[in-house]
Ligand binder design. Structure first.
Ligand SMILES: [Zn+2]
Length: 464
């Protein structure tokens, strides 16, 4: 078999799309969490009636617009926005506000974003796993009309879940052959309201240039794979906004895994202005299960998979193309996985903005918890704990504000930002593992205590 993990990923996603699970209850089983056991604000002098307020009192706050922890802070949330952040003594708490005590010991970080997920048709069963793990926004990189509807239901508060930014269907040859095909596909996706155009395969040089130009003209960012039939220089010059795997650079430019070439390549990427989703954990997952059913069984038996619905468990065992991969290629795949580390480190050092993404739910990348694997892999590559967190907080917020929605404001804890918060027992910069079990999560102002997060996870574990 010829080695081409990208093709295998494509097949895996396609096979996964065929296994549709129908669930009739809403994914979270009960109405929005923010009303659980809580007295909403209203009637006080400082609180406009109708907008519930929550005060997080005496917390260590990671604002994530700089590498600092602000101690003894109160964060006041009104409705879906952060209204104030300030010293405990300086922030007046509106009468009737729900109060969450930090006792000067707990930490508050912005909610996390997974910038590379695939909601497919099965999301209904596992969507709550994102919130349960502090993932308050996702970039869905293969979209359907049902995802536009889901995005709207979540945005209006009709359905709980992470905020969704979604691409349309994959753009790839042979469906898109000519420059005109590419332009009309971009126009079609832009007019339907998708947030990104996702390139997912080979394209002719002519169609590729037309695709990125149309993206710029129509104000919709082109993200995704590199067309592997073209030299990577075409991608760097073409204006593609983001690359959805660092692997694309290896497959098109650094196939020889020559460490000497990394630094100059990283500088060229930085000059191009392109953003990169390293998806280190995704490639690690591919490498570790390459022809190895026992690797998948080990993950399924671990804590990370304790809350997966049956459908994903079955799919990882039975519709898993990586298990059929030729073990003769295994060594090469493991070398590629190792090579990702210095590559991503060099991209970071060169100033390339990175976005944390997992490709969940491809086999062994569990929705929600795999984002922690990605952050740990980024730190393993040489990023500081803070810089790893940047890729899942302030950077996705900046990306969306720059290319998708100028009014979006998330990924930081500051006045006016979306009230997406994760409450933690320790400083995640020094201990990313504290993200494994958040003490609480707020999604667009809806608050979930630890016990409710557990309930969300357990609800998924019992589902098909
Ligand atoms: Zn993907």
């Amino acid at each position: 078999m010829k080695l081409d993990p990208k093709d295998l990923v494509g097949v895996a996603v396609f096979l996964g799309a065929l296994s549709v699970v129908v669930i009739h209850n809403g994914p979270f089983g009960h109405p929005a969490g923010h009303r659980v056991g809580v007295a909403d604000a209203g009637g006080s002098v400082t609180a406009p009636v109708g907008e519930p307020a929550t005060a997080f009192v005496d917390f260590n706050v990671l604002p994530m617009d700089r590498d600092v922890v602000l101690v003894h802070q109160t964060v006041l949330v009104r409705g879906r926005r952060i209204e104030r952040v300030g010293d405990v003594a300086s922030v007046e708490i509106p009468r009737g506000a729900r109060i969450v005590e930090g006792h000067g010991a707990l930490f508050l970080a912005p909610g996390l974003t997974d910038t590379h997920v695939h909601l497919r048709d099965t999301y209904e069963t596992w969507l709550p796993l994102f919130v349960a793990h502090g993932v308050t926004s996702v970039f869905n990189l293969e979209g359907r009309p049902s995802h536009l509807a889901l995005r709207r239901r979540i945005a209006t508060g009709e359905q709980p879940g992470p905020s969704i930014y979604t691409a349309g269907r994959y753009v790839t040859g042979p469906e898109v052959r000519t420059a005109a095909d590419a332009r009309s596909e971009v126009a079609r996706q832009a007019s339907r309201g998708y947030d990104f155009v996702k390139l997912h395969g080979d394209l002719s040089a002519e169609a590729y240039r037309s695709l990125t130009e149309a993206g710029q003209d129509l104000d919709i960012p082109v993200v995704g794979h590199a067309p592997r039939n073209l030299p990577f220089s075409e991608v760097l010059e073409g204006g593609q906004v983001a690359l959805s795997h660092a692997e694309e650079i290896i497959q098109t430019e650094l196939r020889s895994l020559d460490a000497q070439s990394i630094a100059s390549l990283a500088d060229r990427v930085a000059e191009s202005g392109m953003w990169i989703m390293p998806t280190l954990s995704h490639f690690d997952a591919v490498a570790s299960q390459w022809g190895s059913p026992s690797a998948v069984e080990a993950v399924l038996a671990s804590e990370a998979a304790a809350y997966l619905p049956e459908g994903l468990r079955r799919e990882w065992r039975q519709n898993n193309v990586f298990l059929d991969a030729d073990t003769a290629d295994r060594e090469r795949v493991l070398e590629m996985a190792d090579f990702h580390r210095p590559l991503v480190r060099a991209l970071h050092d060169a100033g390339v903005p990175l976005l944390a993404g997992t490709d969940t739910p491809i086999p062994t990348q569990a929705p929600g918890s795999s984002l922690l694997l990605e952050l740990e892999a980024l730190r393993d590559a040489g990023l500081s704990g803070y810089d790893a967190l940047v890729t899942a907080t302030v950077n996705p917020g900046r990306f969306v504000r720059t290319y998708v929605d100028a009014g979006a404001h998330f990924g930081t804890i500051e006045r006016g930002a979306r009230a997406d918060l994760v409450m933690l027992g320790a400083d995640p910069r020094g201990d990313l593992g504290t993200l494994r079990q958040p003490e609480g999560v707020m999604v667009r102002g809806a608050w979930y205590e630890r016990v409710e997060l557990d309930r969300l996870r357990e609800g998924v574990a019992g589902s098909r």
